[in-house]
Design a protein around this ligand. Structure first.
Ligand SMILES: Nc1ncnc2c1ncn2[C@@H]1O[C@H](COP(=O)(O)OP(=O)(O)OP(=O)(O)O)[C@@H](O)[C@H]1O
Ligand SMILES: [Mg+2]
Length: 265
């Protein structure tokens, strides 16, 4: 709607986990390094947590892009099922295993065969569970049992758990699982400098040849969003809309207007 006016080819602040719009902040870089390390060194289980909208899902997409290729067999669960048998069935679906049995014993047999097959074919099996804070204690127990698929010298599967901070407390209650998480990282929101770079970066990625946000405007965005990318996107998108309808560049007054009109929480 405002694209032409501002000179964008794409909307700069869409809330989608598009790797093309990925800004490599310091925390995101560290998170990515740890995930790659976990899978390459076969660490068994890794945990990436962070506040709502801080970029966990986006980072996982970039991670998958980085490691994708012949050597990896990747399954992504985005809405984990609550029932433990359904959860295990979902693991098979997401690993694109055609035969999905009804009973737990058979499911685990199929999975074990697949993992062994992958080892023989020099493929790493990787399971990413997003929104893992939704897992029940029973399904977390299944996750723990999946980590028991091991040879004497290596894990047969790497499991990456992504979730909001309550996931940490949940896992702490299951000590046998907690002890198996070799790699952890808490993804922090952007600081002010990163917020500024992020806002500039996304405008450029969207095809703009100039920055239309004043420094004070970005400072106001940072203050209100706490550096959380989803909040930053919401604020900047509405600010561009208001700036377009009022035909002026984005100042801190416009950001105030966006915040005060109640469309942003
Ligand atoms: N490093 C980044 N570079 C570019 N955009 C990002 C980055 N991190 C987050 N975003 C943007 O912020 C939005 C929210 O991020 P994302 O959905 O990855 O957060 P989340 O931590 O998974 O949130 P939730 O806890 O709600 O699942 C994304 O749609 C994306 O547009
Ligand atoms: Mg997410």
């Amino acid at each position: 709607m405002y694209l032409e006016y501002w000179g964008f080819k794409k909307t700069p602040f869409d809330n989608v986990p598009d790797p093309d719009f990925f800004y490599m902040s310091k925390p995101h870089k560290e998170g990515l390094t740890r995930l790659i390390y976990a899978v390459e060194m076969r660490k068994g289980c890794a945990l990436l947590s962070g506040d709502i909208g801080c970029g966990k899902t986006t980072l996982s997409r970039v991670f998958i892009q980085r490691i994708s290729g012949e050597g990896f067999h990747v399954g992504v669960i985005s809405n984990p099922c609550l029932d433990s048998t359904e959860f295990l069935q979902d693991v098979l679906y997401k690993l694109k295993i055609a035969e999905v049995p009804d009973t737990k014993v058979e499911i685990l047999k199929v999975l074990s065969d697949k993992l062994t097959d992958n080892v023989k074919g020099n493929r790493e099996t990787l399971l990413i569970i997003d929104e893992a804070q939704l897992l029940t204690d029973a399904t977390l127990e299944e996750v723990r049992l999946l980590l028991n698929f091991q040879l004497s010298d290596r894990f047969l599967i790497t499991i990456i758990l992504l979730g909001q901070p309550e996931l940490i407390d949940k896992i702490k209650r299951i000590r046998q699982l907690e002890q198996r998480i070799a790699i952890r990282y808490l993804l922090k929101p952007f600081n002010l400098e990163e917020t500024i770079s992020y806002v500039l970066f996304r405008q450029k990625r969207a095809g703009a040849d100039r920055n239309v946000f004043s420094r004070q405007a970005i400072e106001a965005v940072y203050k209100h969003s706490g550096g959380l990318p989803r909040m930053i996107n919401n604020l900047c998108d509405l600010a561009l809309l208001i700036g377009y309808s009022e035909k002026r560049v984005i100042t801190s007054d416009i950001i105030k207007e966006v915040i005060e009109d109640g469309a942003i929480f």
